[in-house]
Design a protein around this ligand. Structure first.
Ligand code: C2E
Ligand code: CA
Ligand code: CA
Length: 792
């Protein structure tokens, strides 16, 4: 057994496999059998009757062998039709032998016998075999083609009647001795119509199928000849032509079974559009005309011969009516086909519309993606540009507002990007729900957002911006963390006639300015900003060279102990005087240095320089050094090491150093806090600079690695109108610091009253012009000798 020839999903045993050479063998056997069978059938009548009987008997048995052999050889997937054919052949052969036996025994052949039953039984078997040969597809109907076959049959029936049966039987007035002879042609005609239907429905060209139809035709022809012969008083065995026709029919069926195409399945087209192949129109016309024409011919000829009887009219008319009814039925079927075709087209149209719809949806989706930020779903920069242009066109009053989260990078660094993303989404939502109607919120990338605000005037725009800043100061609960953030905002009023790009660039400049000014604030665009921006860039360039050229200098401002005014420390304050120009104030170049990152090397230089300057004062007077530290410096992983190296270089103990940091730094840089904590463990003190101007929750202070608060000078009572209200604030801060075990340093002390108040409140240290402004290192030793202010 050939291995490896497996049918998918079936065990090889489930379906016997035809031998590999079955096709070749089948062709040869089929052709050989046909040639031998036909020649035998043709030659037999020429032989003596005994030989003739034997040859026809042999031919009959050979058909059974041929069909059985074909079934074995080709192993068709649907063997039932061929088994029914085999059954039909067995019945015929049995009937033939029985008949021959009856003749040999001299029995009355005209009597209905058991063998006639066998002959009749052959017809259902043959009809069933022909009927189940075609396979109907999913949409095909088992009835397909039946109507057309019936039309052909009914017309052929009328012809059969008018041309043969009527003239030979009824006109003669003698019924044949055996009425069966009339039944056979009619049954043959029905079987043939099944064969014609097979071709009509499947359009099969398979040799095996054609042989079957030819056999059915031969059977019909032979039975007609037999009928005519019997009707004319011939012998019941029939003329040789009849026997030849019968044997031809058998041989053709045997050859069909042997042919390899017997295994091929005649499939009716499964496509909904072509459920069957309608017969060509001219053929219909011919069919419709044939039965009335035959009827008319019959009536006219019989009028002349005087043989006209009612049946001559009834039968053709009945046949014509049947044909007409069948044609109408066929018409209905074709209409149904046309309708199905139409709905199918409709469905296709609907499918097409659906596909178009989906394509549109996809396009919309892509357009949305191109214009929106995937994280927040907000419009992106491209759409902001478009909306800004539209706002310009509409000329409705409004402004462009750009904001950016201060220290967003720290959130990412500290809590991870998912937390940063969640914060951005929360910001987008918080701002989105508070926007004035008609406004557009966009995300430009990173932590930068923009708003086109539809507001009445620049004041309303500024109000809106202030509100946003206030809103963003409220902490966010993100992934279980409580995140504090703030925003810097740049504003640009949309002036009619302005260019979109300019508006966006101006708002961006204002935002940049807001950040430069210390963040957490609003800056309204001013044309001077453009100049400032350029200047900032120039400043950074010059500062870079200033560090190399030695244009930088560290000045010192004394910090005194209260009460008494004994100098306790000095704050290092950076000064920059270009060789060929005026001094640049720190408020101008420090922000530029921070934005450019230049503050890191500059800050390091300050610390090392200050440590060297202060070393002697520390040894002599115990004067400590206070140094400002930028958030950017703290982010450097080597910051603590750098500080230790600076101290070691100058021979200073850690207790001689105070690091001034701002609140924002502490809240956002985990690594920075760790470095500060490590330095603090060494003995370095940490002071929180500008205390009170930030927005940290006071409870948070408890957990920070700090030793002192530097109270911002804006809290000190002055001669101004609200001076009275500030005193309780300073008192509260000092008390709070005391409760937390922190020292307090008051900044910007200018008057004796302020000094007296601070001393009374229990503030430990003070710094300000009252004790001395920032000065060069050379001038400090003279100050350190005695008290700096006698009154406090
Ligand atoms: P700051 O740390 O708050 O420094 C105190 C500022 O207040 C100094 O301004 C000082 O001259 C000024 N000041 C002191 N006493 C008085 C007073 O009685 N009245 C008034 N009106 N002002 C007083 P300065 O030197 O212009 O420094 C400005 C800022 O620049 C500093 O503010 C500090 O934040 C930054 N800065 C200065 N040097 C450095 C540095 O080396 N590194 C870093 N990162 N920042 C520095
Ligand atoms: Ca400071
Ligand atoms: Ca300060």
């Amino acid at each position: 057994r050939a291995a490896g020839r497996r049918w998918p999903g079936r065990s090889p045993a489930a379906r016997p496999i035809a031998r590999p050479d079955a096709v070749l063998l089948g062709r040869r056997w089929s052709l050989g059998y046909l040639v031998v069978g036909v020649s035998t059938g043709l030659i037999a009548p020429l032989t003596p009757s005994a030989v003739q009987e034997g040859l026809y008997g042999l031919l009959g048995v050979s058909v059974i062998a041929a069909v059985a052999g074909g079934l074995r050889l080709h192993r068709p997937a649907r063997p039932l039709a061929w088994r029914l054919l085999l059954l039909a052949m067995v019945l015929v052969v049995v009937a033939n032998f029985g008949w021959a036996g009856m003749i040999a025994a001299g029995l009355n052949q005209s009597h209905f016998s058991i063998f006639d039953v066998a002959y009749y039984a052959m017809y259902p078997a043959l009809a069933a075999a022909t009927a189940i040969l075609p396979v109907h597809g999913r949409y095909g109907s088992p009835l397909a083609g039946m109507t057309e076959a019936a039309i052909i049959t009914s017309t052929a029936g009328v012809l059969l009647w008018t041309l043969l049966v009527d003239p030979l039987v009824f006109d003669v007035g003698t019924l044949p001795r055996d009425p069966d002879v009339l039944a056979y042609p009619i049954l043959d005609l029905m079987i043939l119509s099944m064969g014609i239907r097979l071709i009509l429905v499947t359009g099969t060209r398979a040799r095996a199928h054609l042989f079957i139809i030819l056999a059915q035709f031969a059977l019909l022809a032979a039975d007609i000849v037999y009928f005519v012969s019997v009707a004319n008083g011939g012998r019941m065995t029939g003329p040789p032509l009849t026997v030849i026709g019968w044997s031809m029919a058998n041989v053709l069926l045997g050859a069909a079974a042997l042919h390899p195409s017997m295994g091929s399945v005649a499939t009716a087209p499964s496509a909904r559009l072509a459920p069957e192949r309608p017969v060509a129109l001219p053929f219909y016309v011919l069919l419709v005309l044939l039965s009335p024409a035959a009827g008319a011919y019959s009536v006219l000829t019989q009028l002349r011969t005087g043989h006209l009887d009612p049946f001559d009219v009834i039968v053709p008319i009945a046949g014509t009516m049947l044909t007409a009814v069948l044609l109408v039925a066929r018409l209905g079927q074709l209409t149904g086909v046309a309708q199905r075709r139409a709905t199918d087209l409709d469905t296709r149209t609907i499918d097409l519309e659906d596909a178009l719809h989906r394509q549109h949806a996809l396009q919309a989706e892509l357009a949305h993606q191109a214009l929106h930020d995937p994280l927040t779903g907000l419009p992106n920069r491209a759409l902001l540009l478009r909306r800004t242009a539209e706002a310009l066109d509409r000329a409705t009053p409004g402004g462009l507002l750009m904001f950016d989260l201060d220290g967003f990078k720290d959130v990412n660094d500290r809590y991870g990007h998912p937390a940063g993303d969640a914060l951005l989404i929360a910001v987008a939502h918080r701002i989105g729900v508070r926007l004035p109607s008609g406004s557009v919120l966009a995300r430009l990338g990173g932590d930068e957002f923009a708003i086109i605000a539809e507001v009445a005037d620049p004041d309303a725009l500024a109000e809106c911006a202030t509100e946003i800043v206030a809103t963003l100061r409220m902490p966010f609960e993100v992934q279980g963390h409580r995140l504090h953030t703030s925003a810097s905002v740049g504003l640009r009023w949309i002036e009619p006639g302005a260019a979109t790009d300019d508006l966006i660039r101006d708002a961006d400049l204002a935002l940049y300015a807001a950040k430069s000014l210390g963040k957490d604030q609003v800056v309204v665009f001013d044309p001077a900003l453009r100049e400032k921006r350029l200047e900032g860039a120039r400043t950074v360039e010059r500062l870079r060279s200033a560090l190399d050229c030695g244009e930088l200098e560290v000045w010192y401002q004394p910090i005194v102990a209260l009460p008494g005014g004994r100098s306790a420390a000095v704050e290092a304050l950076l000064r920059w005087r270009a060789f060929d120009g005026p001094a640049v104030p720190p408020d101008r170049f420090i922000p530029a240095a921070e934005q450019s990152g230049l503050i890191v090397p500059v800050g390091e230089w300050v610390l090392r320089q200050a440590c060297r300057d202060v070393a002697g004062w520390w040894r002599e007077h115990g004067t400590a050094l206070s140094v400002n530290v930028s958030p950017l410096q703290l982010r450097e992983p080597g910051f603590a090491a750098m500080v230790r190296a600076g101290l070691a270089e100058a021979g200073l103990p850690p207790s001689a150093l105070i690091l001034e940091i701002t609140e924002n730094v502490l809240m956002r840089a985990e690594d920075g806090i760790a470095q500060l904590a490590a330095l603090r463990a060494d003995g370095v003190r940490i002071a929180l600079d500008d205390f009170g101007t930030g927005y940290s929750s006071l409870a948070y202070l408890r957990d920070l690695p700090i030793d002192a608060l530097k109270i911002d000078r804006s809290f000190l009572p002055s001669d101004g109108p609200d001076s009275g209200q500030r005193t309780p604030l300073v008192r509260a801060i000092v008390e709070l610091a005391g409760a937390l075990g922190l020292n307090t340093i008051a900044e910007g002390v200018e008057t004796a009253q302020q000094a007296a108040l601070l001393a009374e409140l229990g503030c430990q240290w003070a710094q300000g012009n009252r004790y001395g402004a920032a000065m060069t290192a050379q001038r400090i030793p003279a100050l350190l000798s005695g008290p700096l202010a006698e009154s406090a």
